[in-house]
Design a protein around this ligand. Structure first.
Ligand code: PEP
Ligand code: MG
Length: 757
């Protein structure tokens, strides 16, 4: 059974569109289960009904013309309850709904299972039989397993159609919503530019071109170059191989000829597609066909095709920049956005970012927030290759991408964009006002930075210090470890720009999802592995160079603080302190006039939460890294969109942990800061103020919103709210209680524009 299951999934995966995918399913399932009918019904939101999309066994004329509403007939019942129905005689069931066009009156046995993707029912898979017998347990289990595996493939095929403006049953649709996760707040409209890794045939988007003749010539020149390369290869090893093997090279070269692959690509280019897309299309078609073959030798040909086409692709990409000219309103889309991709498009042309992978706490989302670029992460069902050049709406508040936007929706969103701009402009007056609660309790609002551009933006927003300078950002943008002096210059810029305000520099925090190309860390479980302080203590030369650079940069300014990430025990702090003191002594011996900086420990692991007091004794301040702390407390990978909705600041355990940290640090009379993203959520910020955090450090774009909310709420109200929520056991109830308080304070409009999970 397992082999059959795999076989079906493999061939459905290779289908070129929804229709062929569904036809493969019905034929193969009918064959495997030896039934008389197999059909697929898909729920079409446009007509609000389950439409018969494919069938092997029912009358052909019924396909596309028969549909059942939710709850109507057995199919509607399966869809409504999202549960299988297995009947010996379907006609005896009270919900049986006979539809003449299908010719199903002769079939008695009925088994229908729901097709479920991300909790929503996409449709129903049905098998039927003339005999009066219920389907066996094994058959039911097989169909359920198959349906679960096919759901993702069907969803993807549906989504591809939706980008072309078509619902599953072929109706014209607009405003198709692709759900994702909020990455950075803001709403925007723009034209998609897909960026994709070089030399990867599977990710080339489809693009239209005007000058077909030029494109064909260009393609042919690359083809000839590859043929020459292979010819050269053959010459190089000619004396080491037999004549027969040498002939293989000729076969290889001829596969690219006009009457083979080359010709097919040219035909597609002549239909108006660019060479890279045409090549990828033809390659995929051939690879698909070969991979489905049962003969081992023929299956291997797929490898040859992939190799040949990849060689041509390299030439095509070498000679042509990936995207020559970006639209004035570009929305950059990629399978996996990386911090360096943000630099691809000139800032003034970059309206928004969309990533298929990753979540709101991925580092690229953090950077996007700092730069104020609306971003949606984790749009897992987005069919990338179809999206290039299309107009989309990006809603960074809700975490949604909307393709084929209708004029009405565009107008609505353009109004929201206007309101959003007005809201932000209205907050500018708060810049020079202190952050005090309505009853005059003072809080310090600091910022998180990574790039020099963040620093300038932060000062504009009235930041009172830097609570987290992610020093790894310049390391990520470099091609080797920056030298001590290079680092020192970068650090000096931040210290000078903020002087006399304090700047908290975190020692290098790589590992997890922050991989340096020149220092790869390859691990099964990177977030539980060699990360943060664990790496730098194992490499004291890197740690020492960085600390020396920081100390050197602070000469004469004396506004430096140093902070240690990913601490899980006191020994790590001891070792780090020893190294910092050694670096300090070395610089004194060089006769540099340096002041010893304040040192802090980040509380990012549950282990550190319960040792807050011991850790606080050893250093000058405590800073909570709530992104990681939430990840580790709730066992929710911060980059995994499937579980992103569980990464919640309002989870009672997260709030209790934060409260515990403040209480314990207070016992040692040490300052407590929080520098995770939740400090930038105005609702959460009110709770943090009530808990007693001295400093909230956030992305610059959130600072004035948080200030506005804090200035509207008294400490007394905040403390009452905290007392109330600390007795609650459910994140959603807590969120509702917080929202109500902000509503009563008249600042709820700021919530929509700032919500984290
Ligand atoms: C955190 O984990 O909350 C934090 C501030 O560090 P980073 O997001 O850089 O891991
Ligand atoms: Mg962290």
């Amino acid at each position: 059974m397992l082999d059959q299951l795999r076989g079906i999934v493999q061939s459905v995966n290779a289908a070129k569109d929804l229709k062929s995918a569904l036809n493969i399913i019905v034929h193969r399932v009918r064959e495997t289960l030896k039934t008389q009918v197999c059909s697929v019904y898909l729920f079409d939101t446009d007509v609000n009904s389950n439409v018969l999309m494919a069938s092997d066994g029912l009358k052909k004329e019924a396909i596309g013309n028969v549909s059942l509403d939710m709850g109507e007939g057995l199919v509607g019942l399966v869809a409504m309850h999202a549960e299988p129905i297995n009947l010996q005689d379907a006609s005896k069931h009270p919900s049986y709904h006979y539809i003449k066009e299908t010719g199903e009156e002769i079939f008695h046995a009925f088994l229908g299972v729901p097709i479920i993707h991300h909790r929503s029912v996409l449709g129903v898979l049905v098998v039927q039989h003339e005999e009066l017998r219920a389907f066996g347990e094994g058959e039911e289990a097989f169909l359920i397993t198959l349906s679960a595996q096919l759901a993702g493939v069907i969803a993807h095929a549906e989504a591809t159609g939706a980008i072309q403006g078509l619902s599953p049953s072929g109706h014209r649709v607009s405003d198709t919503v692709f759900p994702g996760i909020p990455g950075a707040s803001g709403v925007t409209v723009g034209e998609v530019a897909v960026i994709f890794p070089q030399s990867d045939l599977s990710q080339i988007p489809e693009r239209r071109i005007q000058d077909i003749e030029r494109e064909v010539d260009f393609f042919n020149s690359c083809l000839i170059a590859v043929q020459k390369d292979i010819y050269e290869l053959k010459k190089q090893i000619a004396d080491q191989i037999a004549e027969e093997e040498r002939r293989l090279f000729d076969v290889y070269i001829s596969m690219l000829d006009d009457d083979a692959l080359g010709g097919e690509v040219v035909l597609r280019i002549k239909k108006g597609y660019w060479a890279q897309g045409a090549l990828a299309y033809v390659a995929k078609e051939h690879i698909r066909k070969f991979e489905m073959m049962s003969d081992d030798y023929l299956r291997e040909r797929a490898v040859d095709i992939r190799d040949l086409c990849s060689r041509v692709l390299v030439y095509l990409q070498q000679k042509e920049p990936v995207i020559a000219d970006y639209n004035e309103e570009t929305i950059l889309v990629s399978e996996e956005l990386t911090p360096s991709m943000l630099a691809e498009v000139p800032k003034e042309k970059l309206n928004g970012l969309i990533s298929v992978k990753g979540s709101g706490s991925s580092h690229v989302a953090i950077l996007a927030r700092a730069m104020g670029i609306p971003t949606v992460m984790g749009v897992v069902d987005l069919p990338l290759s179809q999206l290039d050049g299309k107009k989309v709406i990006l809603d960074g508040y809700k975490g949604e991408v909307i393709s084929n936007p209708s004029d009405q929706l565009l107008t609505r969103y353009r109004n929201t964009i206007k309101e959003q701009d007005q809201l932000i402009a209205g907050l500018a007056d708060l810049k020079d006002l202190p952050c005090v609660t309505a009853d005059n309790h003072r809080i310090n609002l600091w910022v998180n930075t990574g790039l020099m551009s963040d620093v300038m933006h932060s000062l504009d927003q009235g930041a009172e210090g830097i609570g987290l300078f992610r020093t790894e950002v310049p390391f990520l943008l470099s091609e080797r470890f920056p030298s001590e002096l290079e680092q020192s210059e970068i650090y000096r810029e931040q210290l000078e720009a903020f002087s006399p305000k304090l700047v908290t520099m975190r020692t290098l925090d790589i590992g997890g999802d922050k991989d340096l190309s020149y220092f790869p860390i390859d691990e099964e479980n990177p977030f539980l592995g060699w990360r943060g302080i664990r790496v730098t203590l194992d490499h004291p030369e890197i740690f020492m160079a960085q600390v020396r650079a920081m100390l050197r940069a602070s000469i004469g300014l004396e506004n430096l603080q140093i902070m240690l990430p990913m601490i899980s025990n006191v020994n790590e702090v001891n070792s780090a302190l020893k190294l910092i003191k050694r670096a300090f002594r070395e610089l004194l011996q060089e006769h540099l006039d340096i002041k010893f900086p304040a040192i802090g420990v980040m509380i990012e692991l549950p282990a550190a939460v319960y040792q807050t007091r011991a850790l606080a004794k050893m250093v000058d301040f405590i800073s909570v890294g709530s992104n990681d702390l939430t990840q580790y407390l709730l066992a929710v990978d911060r980059n995994n969109p499937r579980v992103a909705n569980l990464h919640s600041a309002f989870h009672p355990s997260v709030l209790r942990a934060l409260h515990h940290v403040v209480t314990e640090a207070r016992k040692e009379k040490k300052l407590v800061t929080i520098c995770g993203e939740m400090a930038g959520d105005p609702g959460v910020a009110v709770l943090l103020v009530a808990m007693g955090f001295d400093i909230l450090s956030m992305n610059a774009a959130s600072l004035l919103k948080v200030k506005s909310v804090i200035r509207s709420v008294s400490l007394e109200v905040a403390e009452d709210l905290l007392e109330q929520v600390m007795r609650m056991e459910d994140a959603q109830m807590i969120r509702a209680a917080v929202d109500l308080t902000l509503y009563n304070a008249g600042v709820d409009r700021l919530l929509r524009s700032s919500r984290t999970n």
